[in-house]
Design a protein around this ligand. Sequence first.
Ligand code: NI
Ligand code: MN
Length: 223
Amino acid sequence: MNIKFLGHSAVELNTDKNILIDPFILNNPLCGQTPDAFTPDAILLTHAHEDHIGDAIEIALRTCCTVYAVAELAGWLASQGVKVHGFNIGGSFLISETKVTAVEAVHSSSAPDGSYGGIACGFIIDYAGQILYHAGDTSQFAGMSLIGSKYKIDAAMLPIGGNYTMDIVDAVRASEMLSPRICIPIHYNTFPIITCDPMDFKRQLADIPINCEIMSPGDEINL
Ligand code: NI
Ligand code: MN
């Protein structure tokens, strides 16, 4: 699979389908693109906060793609006219040949109008034997050990910016529990309150050792 980082937590995946995760595009100061540049087959949302739901509604209404979200958020999106697929934690579903499993995240979730958004989640994305873990917004949690023992993770995208999520220290501990082949830091330096130096994360992971790929917005890697 090809992973293109769009800044913050936004990712464009290419498997046999084009899949956007948390498409925070227009108001994302790191992205530099507009929503009309995207024509995904599917959109995955980790939770309903504005820096994750982003431009999902506009893109979904324009392209008629399905938005995959936790049941309560899916219900809210459906009320906005979006085609949805609701799931819950522990559930798996297929997007063509790509298997997606929703996993625990420790975080809150509410829609832009304040509606309850269900709970937040992360995703295990399995395509052609390659496994990506997108943690969404989360604190460190003990279940990361289970995720790390169940899945042979090729790439783990982990928030490091602190304040709303794990900071670098906790993300390093999370990485130890997950033992991925590569860690990719996300959810930092978008706003002043989540400023940090990803090189600190990379240096601390090197001591374990775990590889760290610091991706600039627009960068791509192929698993
Ligand atoms: Ni959030
Ligand atoms: Mn966030």
